[in-house]
Design a protein around this ligand. Structure first.
Ligand code: SF4
Length: 298
């Protein structure tokens, strides 16, 4: 059978408000979402809706102007978030969200630039960019939704997959050591590092508010259920079962060094606000140490 793609409706600014009024207004967060893009593609029980909702609530709570906030995402289920947000957003190539965001921040330093992506995108193909973004202390907020596998492409093992976990590429169990993302971000130079689960949405909102009040490379890990790609082969139950697991197995430990706070498949989960420190950003140092010499060579 052959399918014919429908010709998209041409964009007409004069009808946009009408469209927003007819599709928005049912929920307080609707104004952050693109009209006509919901329902989303995420599976029932997926944690991504909670992560996205916490993000838009944090924008509201921190009164970040919509026209000053830009979201950059990479590839994968998490990367789809950029397509649902009614902000300036970029759905970039695999692993390249941080370089796109870096260029954007350098060109438009007044913008609040947020990277919203997943563990595979940010720490596998994009791992190099992440550590160098943190090393430079680029003024970015990086939200990494960690569901421990490549969900969109069929549940393959990735850089955070737990030891012994079953995935489509590790049917007898994963023999690799996973990254501890909080530790890696901290060791690379991030000025703010926190880890929450999707059960801890209110803490997550507070963490993101803190990010919007702070300059430098801020990293927030959000542990989220992927019942389809990871929950099923590992017998973790439904998305709701995993939320109960987060509730019962999380230990909030603020300001502990994230060095040893790795997680096992069956817990415990050490979560909290681990790092909050001050350091000049790349932009500040560049202006003070490079541009000032260029303007005044003597
Ligand atoms: Fe969510 Fe996993 Fe489904 Fe992707 S595959 S939408 S991460 S549950």
């Amino acid at each position: 059978m052959r399918y014919r793609l429908e010709t998209p409706e041409p964009f007409r600014p004069e009808t946009m408000q009408e469209k927003i009024d007819s599709t928005h207004g049912l929920h307080p967060s609707d104004r952050y979402l693109k009209p006509g893009r919901i329902p989303h593609i995420w599976c029932p029980g997926c944690g991504l809706g909670i992560a996205l909702s916490a993000f838009v609530k944090s924008l509201d709570a921190a009164a970040v102007p919509i026209d000053r906030c830009t979201v950059v995402s990479g590839i994968g289920c998490t990367g789809r978030a950029a397509g649902y947000l009614d902000l300036d957003t970029y759905h970039t190539t695999h692993g390249r969200a941080i370089p796109f965001a870096t260029g954007l921040k350098l060109a438009r330093p007044e913008l609040e630039v947020v990277v919203f992506s997943g563990d595979g995108d940010l720490f596998a193909i994009g791992g190099n960019h992440l550590i160098h973004g943190a090393r430079r202390n680029m003024d970015l907020t990086v939200i990494c939704v960690n569901n421990f596998n490549y969900g969109m492409t069929g549940g393959q093992a990735g850089p955070t997959t737990h030891r012994s976990a079953r995935t489509t590429t590790t049917p007898y169990g994963n023999c690799e050591y996973p990254f501890n993302l909080a530790h890696l971000a901290y060791a690379s130079g991030a000025v703010y590092v926190a880890r929450w689960t999707t059960f801890h949405a209110r803490y997550l909102i507070e963490s993101l508010k803190r990010c919007f009040s702070k300059r430098g490379f801020k990293f927030v890990e959000v542990i989220a259920p992927c019942p389809t790609g990871y929950g099923r082969p590992n017998k973790l139950g439904s998305g709701l079962d995993q939320m109960k697991f987060y509730r019962d197995n999380s230990i909030i430990s603020h300001h502990v060094p994230p060095t040893d706070e790795a997680m096992g498949l069956k817990g415990p989960l050490i979560i909290g606000e681990f790092v909050d420190r001050e350091k000049p950003t790349f932009g500040e140092r560049y202006r003070e140490e490079v541009l000032s010499r260029f303007e005044d060579p003597d």
